[in-house]
Each structure stands twice: as structure tokens, then as C-alpha cells.
Ligand binder design. Structure first.
Ligand code: URA
Length: 445
């Protein structure tokens, strides 16, 4: 069957066979399908969707379009990972990877760069002096075996189909399609050859999925497919209306992650780190109950071992540890900092994550296009969390910028993103639901 016939079949709402989908992916990866035809196919999928069998076939074909990682079978440490759909100030992966390594897991945390208002883990790591985020497959495997965790980018040889398809989706309006998102995310995670995966699917003003219902639909599709592919997969549905923690911006988030590893991090970051670790302990059978798993994760974090493991990972990936520790000791690494103070006494009742994300991006901390050059040092820190009681004149945020003009302009925007009201806002939990395969969604507690 020609590719044109397959485009027409999908346009008319017919299901394709796994073999047909496999052929599409391998022909496209080999350069035998022109982008204009693939763009038409993606648009047909956007409107017609894919059923679960088609989505599974697409995911597996994409996984198999390049190299996958492999692990010694005689190593008892389960291979696990976490994926977040991205949010403002979301630095959970950074403390989580060394924590998981200390809990007896192997963690090949292959991450991406940020685009738009959501930061990318690799951009944060690039702010560490000397740290290498691009490693060959053999080195990724060696660091995981030796240290227990690695945080790096995908190699050109892994899941090449996603690279081409994602770039095309990005310029054809076909990114927000649940089956295409599922296949894109899971193909990359399945290429890591995991035993368990925890997903952090965000919803809200600054999330990829604006509503809880949409986030649930995406999460459920990924949990079901992950499990059917032999990876024990769970999802947390988490709110993304205000930034996660008190810092947004690449280096500022690394600093906050290290504080989390030292037991001084903000409560929401710590909560999510502990929760992801606890679920993975249960998913892999290392712990019998979530309550016991949480206790184990907290004790491990507080032992100081994950902080030491973080430095071990940095050294294994080429970082200059002395330069890193010197940089950590600095309060400010930019030419201009402006403080923002509470205009009145009250409670922080809103801190708009979308606005804060846009400010950080416009300061140069994020990308407007794939080729934008990042300033790793800029951003916002010391953000007072929603619910915090503040007195008039108290510090509620700082802007770090490349010059005074940019800092002052950004400060006005940050100020307008924060509301202070006489009474505290109604409490709203960060983790809203937990999705486990073939079980109804349950409210987090
Ligand atoms: N992240 C991905 O890796 N792929 C998507 O399609 C969307 C988000």
C-alpha cells in the first residue's frame, strides 16, 4: 500500500494495522517519506486520533527506530525513571535522580531542553561549570552502572523518529494530539528499558494541559500503554498554577535543588520529590506500602547521601566541582538584581506561573525559538509561596537580570503576577490524583 493510501485511510477515519504504522515510521526515519506527506498524515491523526492498538504500534516503532539502552541482567537494582510534562520552576528531577540512586535504583534520566515558558532539565544542568549533558550511549550506561544515575540528553542514535516527527509537529500545529504526545514521550522512556516509570502530568495555567480532565486523559493513556509494554507506570496529576518552589530560572533552580538535597528546599519541591521516590519504591516491590516508602525516602534524603551522590554524578559527567561549589556560595551571579516587596500586609493568594515563566523566558532564561541562546543566570528567586503570610514591605521575590533596565521591567511584571489579600486563599493540594493502571483515579492523600 502506498503512503498516500495510508494518509487517505486515516483522513477517512479508518484504523491502520501495526505493520502499516511500523512501515510509516521506518520509511520516514530512512528519509523515504517527504515532510509534506508526513505533515498531512500527522494532521489526519490530529483530527481522527489513533486507537490504543495504533498508539501502541506507533510508540514501539518509534522506540525501535534507533538504539535502546541495555543493562546487565545480574544487577539487582531496578532501572527506573520519572517524566514531567513540564512546568515553571519544576526542578524535581534534579534532586530526585541522586535520591533514587541512593535508594538502590539505576536511573538513566534522559531529559530535554525547554521551549517557551517551561524550563528544561538539560538547560538547568548546563548552568553547572563543566557539566556534560551530551554523552554517547556507552557512557550513559557506564555512568548509570557506576554512580546509579545519569542526567543527560538523548543521543542522535536514540529514537531518531521522534526527533523528525516532533520538529514537524512543532511547525504544523499537531503537537496537542494525545496519541502523538503519548507515543513521543513513551517511545523515549521505553528506549531506556525501564522496569518502572513515574509520570508527573501537570495541569493548570502554566501547564501543557490546562484542565485536570485533559491531564487525566493524557496520563491514563500513558499509564495504560506503559504498563502494557511491561513498564510499571503510574502518574501523579499535579497543579501548575503557581511556580513550583521559590525559584524559576536555570541556575537559580539548580541552587534550589541543592538546597532540597540538603534538607532546606521548599516544601512543594520536597513533597513531589518524596512522592515520586515513594511510588517507585512501591512500584518495584522494594517497599510494601506508600507510607513506609515515604518514610524510607525521607530518611534517605535526610542522611545527606543524595547530596554526596549529586556531586558524584556531577564529577562523572565532567563538572568542575570546585567551581560548582564556589558558584553555589554566591548569592548573585548576574549584573542586576531587583527586590520586590509586599505593598500591603496579608497573604500571598496568587502567583501566576504563566506570567513568571514568561518573565524568565523574556529575561533570556528560556527559548522563544529552538535556536535562542540561553542566559543561565537570570530568573526569579525568593518567591513567597501561595498561602504565605507577609507583612507590608517584606521581600516577596527577586529578579536576576543581565542589566538594570531589564531587571526593573521584569520586576514590574513579577509584581503584577502576585496578589496579596487580607485573608489566606483556600488550601489547594499540589498532588491532585494518582493514576495506577486499571484502577480508577484516586485522590491523593
Ligand atoms: N513532550 C514530548 O517529549 N513530546 C510531546 O509530544 C510533548 C511533550
Amino acid at each position: 500500500m502506498s503512503f498516500l493510501a495510508l494518509i487517505e485511510a486515516k483522513r477517512d477515519g479508518r484504523a491502520l494495522s501495526p505493520a502499516q504504522i511500523g512501515a510509516i515510521v521506518s520509511d520516514y526515519t530512512a528519509g523515504h517519506i517527504p515532510d509534506y506527506q508526513m505533515a498531512a498524515f500527522l494532521m489526519a491523526v490530529f483530527f481522527r486520533g489513533l486507537n490504543s492498538e495504533e498508539t501502541a504500534a506507533l510508540t514501539l516503532a518509534m522506540r525501535d527506530s534507533g538504539e535502546t539502552l541495555s543493562w546487565p541482567t545480574n544487577d539487582p537494582r531496578p532501572v527506573v525513571d520519572k517524566h514531567s510534562t513540564g512546568g515553571v520552576g519544576d526542578k524535581v528531577s534534579l534532586p530526585l535522580a541522586p535520591l533514587l540512586a541512593c535508594l538502590g535504583f539505576r536511573v538513566p534520566m534522559i531529559s530535554g531542553r525547554g521551549l517557551g515558558i517551561t524550563g528544561g532539565t538539560l538547560d538547568k544542568l548546563d548552568s553547572i561549570p563543566g557539566f556534560q549533558t551530551l554523552l554517547p550511549t556507552e557512557r550513559i550506561q557506564a555512568v548509570v552502572q557506576q554512580v546509579g544515575c545519569v542526567m543527560c540528553g538523548q543521543t542522535d542514535r536514540m529514537v531518531p523518529a521522534d526527533k523528525g516527527l516532533y520538529a514537524l509537529r512543532d511547525v504544523t500545529g499537531t503537537v496537542p494530539s494525545i496519541p502523538l504526545i503519548v507515543a513521543s514521550i513513551l517511545s523515549k522512556k521505553l528506549a531506556e528499558q525501564l522496569q518502572a516509570l513515574i509520570l508527573d502530568v501537570k495541569f493548570g495555567a502554566a501547564a501543557f494541559m490546562p484542565t485536570l480532565e485533559q491531564a487525566r486523559e493524557l496520563a491514563l493513556a500513558m499509564v495504560r500503554l506503559g504498563c502494557s509494554c511491561g513498564v510499571n507506570t503510574r502518574a501523579l496529576l499535579t497543579a501548575m498554577d503557581h511556580p513550583l518552589g521559590g525559584a524559576a530560572g536555570n541556575w537559580l533552580e539548580v541552587k534550589e535543588s541543592v538546597r532540597c538535597l540538603e534538607g532546606r528546599g521548599p516544601a512543594p519541591v520536597r513533597e513531589l520529590v518524596i512522592e515520586c521516590a515513594a511510588h517507585l519504591l512501591v512500584q518495584t516491590g522494594k517497599c510494601g506500602s506508600l507510607a513506609a516508602a515515604r518514610e524510607q525516602a525521607i530518611a534517605c534524603l535526610e542522611s545527606g547521601n543524595p547530596r554526596r551522590k549529586w556531586n558524584e554524578m556531577l564529577a562523572a559527567q565532567g563538572a568542575d566541582l570546585e567551581a560548582f561549589e564556589r558558584k553555589l556560595a554566591l548569592d548573585v551571579t548576574v549584573p542586576a538584581v531587583v527586590e520586590i516587596h509586599a505593598p500591603v500586609t496579608g497573604f500571598v493568594s496568587r502567583c501566576d506561573a504563566r506570567q513568571i515563566g514568561e518573565v524568565v523566558r523574556d529575561l533570556g532564561g528560556g527559548r522563544l525559538t529552538k535556536d535562542s541562546v540561553i542566559n543561565y543566570e537570570v530568573g526569579v528567586d525568593q518567591l513567597a509561596g501561595v498561602g504565605t503570610a507577609v507583612a507590608a514591605g517584606a521581600l516577596i521575590a527577586r529578579v536576576h537580570a543581565a542589566n538594570d533596565t531589564q531587571a526593573r521591567r521584569a520586576a514590574l511584571r513579577v509584581q503584577s503576577a502576585i496578589d496579596i489579600t487580607p485573608s489566606p486563599p483556600a488550601p489547594s493540594p499540589l498532588i491532585r490524583e494518582i493514576l495506577v493502571a486499571d484502577q480508577p483515579a484516586r485522590e491523593a492523600q
